[in-house]
Structure formats: C-alpha cells, structure tokens
Ligand binder design. Structure first.
Ligand code: ZN
Length: 237
C-alpha cells in the first residue's frame, strides 16, 4: 500500500496560544477515531474556531487527509473521555476526525427522499433498496446537503456511510501511524487495543466512529504491520 499523502495545514494549539511549549503530557497510547456530525468539511471551521477544540488529522469525504497539529502536540478532541480508567485522554492520544454526519436524525429538520420521508424514522434494508436509495441523498429544503451512501444499522436506524476514498484513507493513515509508532512511540498504534472510537471512551457522547467504520479491515492491516515490522518470524504474531 502506498504511504498516504497528507496535506499539512497547521493551526496553533491551545498550549501555543497560551505561550506554553506544545507537547503531549504523557506518552502516546491510542488513536481516537471520531466523526464530525456535520454535512461539510470541518476544516474551515477548525481554522476559524474560537474555542480550543482541535484534533491532529481530518479525513474528508473525498479521501483527503489533512494534518493540523504535530504528533508531539496535545490536541483537545476527547472531552471528558476516560481511557484505561484514567482521564486526561487528550494528553496521550492522537485525534482523527472523519467528515461524516453520523446518525441521520430525521427529527432535526432534515428531510429525506419523499418515499422515505413518508415512512417512519426506522427502515428495513429492503425498504431502502425498494426505494432505489442505495445512493440516497438527504435534502434540506431544496439544497442537497450530502451525497454519501446511507447506511442502515441492525436496529433499522439510518447513518451516513463513510465514502470509499475515506475508508481507504482511514486504512492508509492507520497503517502509517502504526509504522511511525514502532519507530517513535513503542509500537502503540500497531495493536488494535490502541485504536478506540470516541464513543467507547466517552459513551455519553455520540457513538463515534459509528457502524460504518472499517474495524475489521483495520485490524487485519495492523496485524500485517506487526508481522512485517515487529514480530518477524514469530509463529504467534
Ligand atoms: Zn468525537
């Protein structure tokens, strides 16, 4: 697999704004995967923000990976999360945001294709298919709000799917950070336990990164990184 092309579009961290040296305050332990909950790219917002929320990487729907902050700097993406029984998750994690609506709540003013809008909030996969909406689009007024696939989970709730280029970039970034961590951070990111969803460590928030996140493929790729870079020749790798 090729190394991902990452665009560097830096912003100042809260530490820098306060005149402190930017840094992680503990060794890096995990990558926290998020979705943004918005219909567009979060990057313009991130660059104009007035609060201190920030993260290291954004993966937009076109698959572009943008890095905003160096890996040795603390970002503010994990809120009140608890990881391994301890708070201060921002000080020991890398934050990655995937541009994605997450759950599509029809009660919040967005409307669906009329065939689906006439039905209840919950749908079966057969209903989605029958409506010809594998590539369903959500509209707000007369404006196309997004063009992603809709995804239906086991409970019949609708989600915006992650795009194909986005999934590919999630994989490339995960692999690249795993290789980077072997050289610089004690191999943390080549183990699946060191990749967590924001929802796992902060259950009160949205269930990020959502049911479309390619966990199994990421696990398979991390195992490959371990086999080729860490556990060469070990039968138990
Ligand atoms: Zn989050």
């Amino acid at each position: 697999m090729p190394t991902p092309l990452v665009t560097w579009l830096p912003i100042a961290t809260r530490d820098e704004v306060a005149g402190r040296r930017h840094r992680q305050i503990e060794p890096l332990e995990a990558i926290v995967w998020h979705y943004t909950t918005g219909p567009g790219s979060p990057i313009p917002w991130l660059h104009q923000r007035e609060d201190s929320v920030c993260w290291h990487f954004t993966i937009t729907r076109d698959g572009k990976i943008t890095q905003h902050i160096p890996l040795d700097a603390r970002t503010w993406h994990a809120g009140g999360s608890v990881l391994d029984g301890r708070k201060n998750v921002n000080g020991r994690t890398i934050g990655v945001e995937c541009a994605n609506m997450g759950p599509v709540d029809l009660l919040k003013g967005d409307s669906l294709h009329p065939i689906l809008a006439a039905r209840s909030k919950r749908f079966t996969a057969a209903e989605i298919k029958a409506a010809g909406l594998r590539f369903g689009r959500i509209v707000s007024g007369n404006t196309w709000l997004m063009r992603g696939d809709l995804f239906i989970d086991a409970d019949g709730s609708l989600w915006e799917g992650l795009s194909g280029p986005q999934i590919e970039s999630i994989m490339l970034l995960g692999i690249d950070l795993a290789k980077w961590s072997i050289d610089y951070a004690d191999a943390a990111f080549c183990y699946e336990k060191n990749h967590v969803g924001h929802g796992e460590i902060y259950p009160k928030k949205a269930p990020e990164p959502g049911p479309c996140f390619p966990w199994q493929a990421l696990r398979d790729n991390l195992r490959h990184v371990r086999l080729t870079h860490v556990d060469k020749g070990s039968p138990n790798a």
